[in-house]
Write a protein that binds this ligand. Sequence first.
Ligand code: HAM
Length: 470
Amino acid sequence: MAQKKVVAGKVSHGAKKTGEKKENDKKAAAKKISTSSANQEEMLLQALRGMRDILPDEQPYWERVRRALAHASQEYGFRRIDLPTVEYAHLYLRTVGVGTDIVDKELYLFNTRGGDRVALRPEMTAGLCRAYIEHGMGVLSKPIKLFSIGPVFRYDRPQEGRYREHWQANFDIFGENDPILDAQTIQLAYRVIQQLGLKSIEFQVNSIGTPESRREYEKALTRYLEAQKNKLCQNCRERLVKNPMRILDCKEDKCIQLTAHAPQSLDYLDLESRDHFKHLLEYLDELELPYVINTRLVRGLDYYTKTVFEIISSDSEGKKYALGGGGRYDRLIESLGGEATPAIGFGLGLDRIVLEMKRILVKPYQEPRPRVFLAQLGDMAKKKSLKLFSELEKNGILIAESFGRGSLKSQLRVANRLGVEVTIIIGQKEALDDTAIVKDMVSGTQETVTHERLVDAAKKILKTNQDLKV
Ligand code: HAM
């Protein structure tokens, strides 16, 4: 007789019915999550706006980027540093600056349970300088070259290439004033870009001088813009009071037109900054890098002095994207209470670099494919297979398996699909004898070997196949 079960207050007949009921209940619950009062729950099932998962299919592009970065940082003598993603909010107000979009509009600010006012990092330079001072890195021999990679957060309006969480790689050098370091920094950025196969890249450079020379410049710029204030967008009218140089960064057409003939920072440089910029350009000419001087380039962060630069790519319609940017920040460490320490660096936007790689069809990194498959049949063989897997893997053999499948046929189907060159089979007999069948998938021949001889037997076939290919 069919068993009776009480499900959700109703009497249901038989195991099959109970299964159906459960399925229906599940569907009803899912529907509830996606429709009714459960708005909150619905949101749990999707990433926050402007944040995204970087899925396994996309990882080969990221892997190529990570490898190029690791290679370049090694070549140029950078040491890695990892920084916290959260810092005291004050750090960013003091460095990136009040009046910048990043601080005024884009900072993820919150109070901790302990009452600290903190922020998710909107960039890495401020945290890097905090770490430099906190750990007394000033005593190390100069230049101190640091490399960092990780996510940063900006509460911006999301669109393609603009996310609320994006990844950056930062290269920074502390302790050297010489413009040759500026050129070398740009050279390093170019090296990474080249290694990633990116083309149509332009380096835009400018100098915004020392804070002293900039004061004169800002006065002249404000005078010029004040006279035509009404033609500026609302944002820029506010910027005119708080941070007039940011107006040169505005993307609104009317502001672009208005600032086209505005005074330029290059005309207000003091002797030291002018000399520095002249030498930088000479080095860049010598390197034959694709650079242009962009007199409007001021960068959206307050801490820069003298050299600023951006790495710009353009698509087929001429639309431009900044793949990275940076510059000198010779006063930043001192302004945070450290010893006066010149510094220069840049950040690369990795999400944008990956987008660009895909756009121009750069090849992603190719994961090495397993060339050996391990198949097992029966309980005893299954038990032995984990140990054998680890033995083979420890001996440098990249191996695939399908332990969850019982039938040999379905395991061999997987092996075929992967196109492996060797299949190792342990059946009941082999499990008892501590042996395994080693099958050469190319020639079709097979032999039974002891576990001790297994690694050598597999390697021998792989080598023969390799030799045949050469
Ligand atoms: P940044 O120009 O603000 O510089 O950011 C560096 C790069 O990050 C940009 O050129 C862009 O590629 C990428 N990026 C910025 N915002 C977003 C976003 N919302 N979504 C996707 N990618 C984005 C800095 O952050 C400086 N701290 C760099 C630096 C290091 N300067 C000296 N050392």
